[in-house]
Design a protein around this ligand. Structure first.
Ligand code: PRX
Length: 668
């Protein structure tokens, strides 16, 4: 081990001393008004968690039947609010109907524009209207054979129908699995096969910077793909429901494919919400891990709903008059928890935007904020770094004075980007909540509360109520303050994943064996003298590229599935914009020519196998990969080569030292 590293092999070099206390006026009006109030409540939440969560669950949610037991914990399997019954769609919609919220906007949707200067398409759905549409679509699902417990795959662009489809599933007790529209036919087929979905909801196409992503065509292809056993991967699918969005031509297979709008015309809006058990599965969301196969993260009903409702209200200090905008796609967990379920459970107004931040021009976000009077903006550091690059003249063109709070999520934010966000977007008056969490955690875990927590640029600060994170060494012992280690969570929490769909063993081995009796996050971290958490980034073979989690093993297996590739190793390289970029080292089968055309072909191949999000930024052809004598690829060395840094550390176990010299010079 090189001596500049801590026992867990994690180095944390960042030193940042600036502190920003919550603005006084903000704190006075906030739900949580001071650090002392936060600390008191936090102590209560961890000292007597059952009492704390029971009180919250009673106050926050509408139950059809009360629970008997707050938590049943048989490590690593948790059950929360055992014996209770409720419905997520009821808690997001029906509960608001008899109140003034009924006529308030639930969703404001801004669509893709056709040309610069031309305003985007716009749609607003009040709670009453959204309820109406969700009830109707729930009846459409039933009409097409979907029953309680069935899985429904949702593969849609950022259109209101995506939220409707999710809520309609929740209403009838079907389990949704949303697949991001940037994933390929192969990814769709693999996910359908893993969760044995019965029905797909898709669209003819989705807009992406003026081009059309052929979603229906991808689904058609997914339904023809075969596995190694020669059988169709997606043979569980009986029906495909297609939203008309981009008007591109699609083929409809009689008996299998139906149009959303035609089906909606056939049904009533009367659809009572099913009584669901607290632990009934709500959704499965696939995410990358350190092996090739994506993991189906399972979230259930009561604990998830309670936690996203509370975190939405307290972290974003949500109130009825807010226009709240989380820029994440519903294909990611942030879109589930903080575009749809959390805000709607609070009766808030959630804005959804279909397109890209620089379409048609780099001021699209600022134009939207000014147009709707957005008060809370929640986005990703990678987007902020792109805005910095595009220049302050774009935000300066617009009136951003409606903003009162900013948030970030998805990756560590560098202090420079934090300061830019604070100054140029927040006008130095808006607190910034840097929220750390994961697909697995369901909701925000480490975060400032904007009226209470002094912030430090680059730190996600302190744990939310009931959350017990710690930074530990390889043996699970807490490391001293200011040294790096592994981030773990010591106690179960309501929105934790309940497991991996159909694979309890993998759940145990991925999350619960690395550090005894603790949930292992896969992240490296440091706590400073004030107990603030500073996330360093992933320490497993998962990369964070522009806020998207990509498993290196997945990209490697996609590359190796190409006929001309013999072996591949994928590593991350620091990237100013995306945080990390993907660099692939590839050795070819003998006789194959390494040229630019093949490089392009391999990038396209990865896009086809996984999706454009996973395309390597850089492909380097090599005669051989550096390996240890036992045959393990030495990724640490490849990372250094990819980053162009001098090769440090121990190379004595390297099989063939010449490989290294050749690799460092093979950029072509
Ligand atoms: O490495 C951490 C990083 O994103 C990972 C989780 O990715 P995913 O499951 O796709 O969920 C992203 C949205 C919740 C984490 O393990 N991450 C997320 N938020 C932060 C972060 N790293 C640093 N600071 C954050 N605020």
């Amino acid at each position: 081990m090189p001596d500049n590293q801590t026992p867990a092999g994690i180095e944390s070099v960042l030193q940042e001393n600036r502190v920003f206390p919550p603005p006084k006026a903000f704190a006075q009006a906030a739900h949580i008004k001071s650090l002392a109030q936060y600390k008191k409540l936090y102590q209560e939440s961890v000292k007597a968690p059952d009492k704390f969560w029971a009180k919250q669950a009673k106050a926050e949610l509408v139950w059809f039947k009360p629970w008997k037991k707050v938590l049943q914990w048989r490590e690593p399997f948790a059950q929360w609010f055992v014996g209770g019954q409720l419905n997520v769609s009821y808690n997001c919609l029906d509960r608001h109907l008899g109140t003034p919220t009924a006529n308030q906007a639930a969703l404001i949707w801004e669509g893709e524009p056709a040309a610069p200067g031309k305003p985007g398409e716009e749609r607003t759905l009040t709670y009453k209207q959204l309820h109406h549409e969700v009830c109707r679509f729930a009846n459409v699902l039933k009409r097409n054979g979907v029953k309680k417990g069935d899985r429904v795959l949702i593969y849609l662009p950022m259109v209101p129908e995506a939220a409707m489809a999710m809520l309609a599933c929740a209403r009838i007790g079907a389990v949704h699995s949303v697949v991001f529209g940037g994933f390929s036919a192969q990814s769709v087929a693999d996910r359908i096969q893993d969760c044995q979905a019965r029905l797909v909801v898709t669209a003819d196409g989705g807009y992406r910077r003026g081009a059309i992503v052929p979603l229906k065509q991808n689904v058609d292809e997914a339904l023809t793909l075969k596995g190694p056993d020669g059988q169709l991967l997606a043979r569980s699918i009986e029906k495909v429901i297609v939203v008309r969005r981009a008007q591109n031509e699609v083929s409809m297979q009689a008996g299998r494919d139906v149009w959303w709008h035609e089906e909606m015309a056939q049904v009533s809006a009367d659809c009572p919400a099913e009584k669901m058990d607290s632990e009934a599965p709500l959704f499965i969301l696939y995410t990358s891990g350190s092996t090739g196969k994506p993991k189906g993260i399972l979230h259930t009903t009561a604990g998830y709903l309670l936690y996203v409702r509370m975190t939405s209200r307290l972290v974003f200090d949500l109130r009825p008059e807010d226009i709240y905008w989380c820029t994440a796609d519903v294909g990611w967990v942030t879109g589930h928890s903080y575009v749809v379920y959390g805000p709607l459970a609070n009766g808030a107004t959630s804005l959804m935007y279909e397109g890209a931040p620089n379409d048609p021009e780099p001021d699209r976000f600022w134009r939207i904020i000014a147009k709707y009077g957005v008060t809370i903006l929640y986005t990703a550091p990678t987007a902020i770094r792109a805005f910095m690059k595009w220049g302050v003249e774009w935000p300066r063109k617009h009136d951003l004075s409606s903003l009162r709070l900013l948030g970030t999520v998805g990756e560590p934010i560098n202090p420079e980007a934090w300061m830019w966000y604070h100054k140029h977007i927040g006008g130095k008056r808006c607190p910034i909540v840097d929220t750390w969490w994961q697909t697995e955690t369901g909701g925000i875990m480490i975060t400032p509360l904007p009226g209470a927590t002094p912030t430090k640029p680059g730190s996600a600060t302190l744990p939310f109520f009931g959350i017990v994170p710690e930074v530990v060494d390889d043996r699970g012992r807490v490391v001293p303050r200011n040294s790096g280690g592994k981030l773990v969570v010591r106690k179960p929490w309501p929105s934790m994943l309940r497991g991996l769909w159909g694979d309890p063993e993998r759940y145990k081995s991925v999350y619960w064996t690395e550090v005894p009796h603790s949930y292992f996050t896969g992240d490296g971290c440091r706590q400073d003298k004030d107990g603030y958490f500073w996330i360093v980034g992933r320490i497993d073979d998962v990369l964070n590229v522009a806020g998207h989690r990509i498993g290196t093993a997945e990209v490697e297996s996609a590359l190796v599935s190409h006929q001309q590739v013999a072996e591949a190793a994928v590593v991350g390289r620091p990237d100013d914009l995306k945080g990390q970029a993907l660099v692939a080292f590839v050795t070819l089968k003998s006789g194959v020519n390494a040229d630019g055309a093949l490089r392009d072909a391999l990038r396209q191949h990865v896009a086809r196998e996984i999706g454009p999000v996973a395309k390597p930024d850089d492909i380097r052809f090599a005669e051989a990969l550096p390996k240890t004598r036992s045959g393990k690829i030495m990724r640490r060395l490849l990372k250094q080569i990819a980053a162009g840094t001098e090769i440090k550390g121990d190379t004595t176990t390297l099989e063939d030292l010449n490989v290294l010299a050749r690799l460092a010079g093979t950029e072509e």
